[in-house]
Design a protein around this ligand. Structure first.
Ligand SMILES: O=C(O)CCC(=O)C(=O)O
Ligand SMILES: [Fe+2]
Length: 280
């Protein structure tokens, strides 16, 4: 059976419509990083097919430092077509509209160039330290306001690690843990206080995720702001936390001064024959 982005979006729309009210309530829970999730997003046979064709991590790009250890890919024409279809299904205008209704976020636009989205794989030992996502798109015209994270590894449980952690009281506080259960879609706000991480994968398996990001010209906060992706150590522990804070400040300062002239994010979907500068 061939799945297209439209047919996948049809199914997702139906599920979101059925749970929109509950999700909106969950999203607006006071005192928390705004977030909500929905389980059993797609029929089981489809999510299993997505998992079956998911590339092994070695066919993806390894990002490894004290900040993170994970494999990512945005060049979606390198992989099984259903993966490109599911990534772009989440960019269907009907889904953007439903997500806007659930979250109240205004003027959202999906990230068709996959500036930061695509697919990710985390195997045993992989992690993502607490961070704030980069505040803007490459041209610094729009805020990054929302992450849509869809997990597709069967039989994954909280005990396997690789859970999304939301640090409602900042990286010095205690995190709220959302297990990356198979067929779960998490929506989370990205703004200047939405610290999040992925705890270490402890299972001998691969935690696979389909990621999308929405941008908006409208600031999700009262004021305007700008920051590069900023990392911290859990609970602000150790020398590495100080190193990360200095590194965050430096990268934010450089980005503010130079925009994307000095450093261009290589993690984008490059189209055939596209002029990279124009596409960026
Ligand atoms: O994989 C996840 O659950 C979170 C990924 C993340 O933080 C991000 O892509 O910004
Ligand atoms: Fe993130």
């Amino acid at each position: 059976m061939e799945y297209t982005r439209e047919s996948l979006a049809d199914l997702i729309v139906a599920r979101l419509e059925a749970e929109a009210k509950r999700m909106a309530e969950q999203w607006h829970t006071p005192g928390q990083i705004r977030s909500c999730w929905i389980d059993n997003l797609l029929p089981a046979d489809i999510v299993h097919e997505i998992n079956r064709v998911f590339p092994v991590p070695d066919r993806m790009v390894l990002k490894k430092s004290m900040r993170e250890n994970k494999h990512v890919a945005a060049q979606m024409d390198q992989y099984h077509p259903v993966l490109e279809e599911i990534v772009y299904a989440f960019q269907d205008q009907r889904i953007v509209d439903l997500v806007a209704k659930i979250t109240g976020l205004e003027a959202m636009e999906p990230d068709s160039e996959l500036y930061a989205g695509g697919i990710s794989a985390m195997r045993k030992g992989a992690y993502l330290r607490p961070h704030l996502d980069n505040s803007h798109d490459a041209k610094r015209e729009r805020y990054r306001v929302l992450n849509l994270l869809y997990y597709v590894t069967p039989d994954w449980s909280k005990a396997d690690g690789g859970a999304l952690q939301l640090w409602d009281n900042g990286p010095d506080g205690e995190p709220r843990t959302i297990a990356s259960l198979c067929n779960r879609l998490v929506l989370m706000a990205t703004d200047k206080t939405s610290w999040h991480s992925v705890n270490e994968v402890t299972k001998d398996g691969v935690r696979s995720c389909i990621s999308n990001y929405y941008f908006s010209k409208v600031s999700p906060e009262e004021q305007d702001y700008f920051h590069a992706t900023s990392f911290r150590q859990e609970h602000g522990e150790g020398l590495s936390d100080l190193v990360m804070q200095a590194d965050n400040a430096l990268r934010t300062a450089i980005l503010k001064l130079t925009g994307d002239k000095l450093y261009k994010n290589p993690h984008v979907y490059k189209r055939d024959g596209a002029d990279e500068d124009k596409a960026a």
